[in-house]
Ligand binder design. Structure first.
Ligand code: AMP
Length: 429
């Protein structure tokens, strides 16, 4: 299978080869043909599968074949949940349209709207946007979506997680009823299916099956560790392994800040990225992480959503997520586009239930190790971590245990009741 055999134009093939892609990823091979046919598409794909090119390439092909009106109204709208993802998708649109007569721009909140408005005024064919700023500019009469022919809803599950349902419905009302719709989502809850029913018209359904995604190329491992020893363990892993690019997930903004500070005090270049950071600080941290001046990026789930960091070698779950699907999203940041990656989870006793839920979701038991000197506390309670402060989302599992017993793990670093293990490896049976 080649990009050429998918029927893409010469100008797009040139841009693809400039990007260095030789063969389409599975989701691209499956999604591009129906999009080119002009039908609606419902695609199941997570970040890391090459989904962005999966919708951008055929979208650009279609637009470039249809003559643009002189005033260049917006003919394709790509809606994304976060500013970072919007910026990344836009960067892709620009690269792929380099040899086409297609104009594009991106709009998102948190920055002055002036330059965004002036670019739109000059006319753009493809608009990449987050819902808030889009509606804001529309309400001010500064943009029109009356000529939209193709609508893409990217990371639809994240959109719902972030409470954008109403905004999506508003956006739908200001576009023409007759248009082509493409919806991408990593997970398919009841709500997502309902949303898809409302947006899509007899869609072609495509998916990047798990064996085709990057997940296979990821080696996953769990360290069982006392809660109070997690910080020391992660620092040891980073320093001993001489890791130069590590994405670390923390459950709370406060936890992310604390961990970052500690790492910096140990001589590791680290930066935190979360909802309380300004757009400028987030962009700076991400840029530093990409260019190698920052080795460790400590992120919360919401902030990390959609970050495009190619060839990321290490992802560490400092705390594992209480929503199992987030685990798959997190580790999808590594082992991308064929590169090998390592996903490590530090799991304390109070995360045992979450770990079981994750193993149930991914259908496999994760290999467990214990590092000498960083053993779990055998007396710690396995009652799940109390929720709150983690972004306000609730856990959707039903095997949550009552949150009564207090965790004693934080004191475990001084626990001498337990004999030391002689070997630091152990396999969970
Ligand atoms: P995405 O899932 O769209 O975020 O893409 C994940 C990563 O894969 C990005 O860094 C892309 O540049 C890269 N990528 C996308 N398509 C291909 C391809 N056909 N071959 C190699 N890399 C690709």
């Amino acid at each position: 299978m080649s990009f050429k055999s998918l029927g893409l134009s010469e100008a797009l093939l040139k841009a693809i080869s400039k990007k260095g892609y030789s063969i389409p990823s599975p989701i691209q091979a499956k999604a591009i043909p129906p999009v080119l046919l002009g039908v609606d598409v419902l695609a199941s794909a997570q970040t890391g599968t090459g989904k962005t090119a999966g919708f951008t390439l055929p979208l650009l092909h279609l637009l470039s074949e249809r003559p643009a009106e002189r005033h260049r109204p917006v003919r394709a709208l790509i809606l994304t949940p976060t500013r970072e993802l919007a910026a990344q998708v836009y960067a892709n649109v620009r690269e792929y349209s380099e040899f086409l007569d297609i104009r594009s721009t991106v709009i998102f909140g948190g920055v002055n709207q002036k330059s965004q408005v002036s670019t739109i005024r000059q006319g753009v064919d493809v608009l990449v946007a987050t819902p808030g700023r889009l509606l804001d500019l529309h309400n001010q009469g500064l943009l029109s979506l009356k000529h939209v022919e193709i609508f893409v809803l990217d990371e639809a599950d994240r959109m719902l997680d972030m409470g954008f349902l109403r905004d999506i419905e508003r956006v739908m009302k200001i576009m023409p009823a007759k248009r082509q719709n493409l919806m991408f989502s990593a997970t398919f809850s009841k709500d997502i299916k309902k949303l898809a029913n409302g947006i899509l018209n007899h869609p072609a359904q495509v998916e990047a099956t798990p064996e085709n995604t990057a997940v296979e190329a990821i080696s996953q491992k769990v360290y069982r560790v006392a809660k109070g020893k997690k910080t020391d363990l992660i620092i040891k892993l980073i320093l001993d392994g001489n890791w130069k690019q590590v994405l670390v997930f923390a459950r709370t903004k406060h936890g992310a800040n604390k961990l970052t500070k500690k790492m910096i005090s140990e001589g590791i270049t680290a930066a935190a990225i979360h909802g309380n950071k300004s757009q400028g600080a987030r962009t700076k941290a991400l840029a530093g992480f990409k260019n190698g001046t920052v080795s460790v990026l400590v992120a919360t789930d919401i902030a990390a959503r959609g970050l495009d960091i190619p060839l990321l070698p290490h992802v560490v779950n400092f705390e594992i997520p209480n929503i199992s699907e987030d685990y798959v999203h997190r580790i999808g940041r590594t082992g991308r586009a064929g590169a090998k990656g390592e996903a490590i989870s530090l799991v304390s006793a109070d995360e045992t239930t979450f770990l079981r839920d994750i193993e149930k979701l991914i259908g496999e038991k994760l290999p467990v190790e214990i590092m000498e000197g960083y053993e779990p506390d055998p007396n710690a309670s396995t009652a799940p971590i109390k929720q709150g402060g983690g972004g306000g989302r609730s856990r959707n599992s039903n095997n949550s245990k009552p949150k009564t017993a207090k965790s004693s793990e934080s004191k475990s670093s001084h626990n001498s009741r337990r004999p030391k293990r002689t070997n630091d490896r152990r396999s969970k049976s």
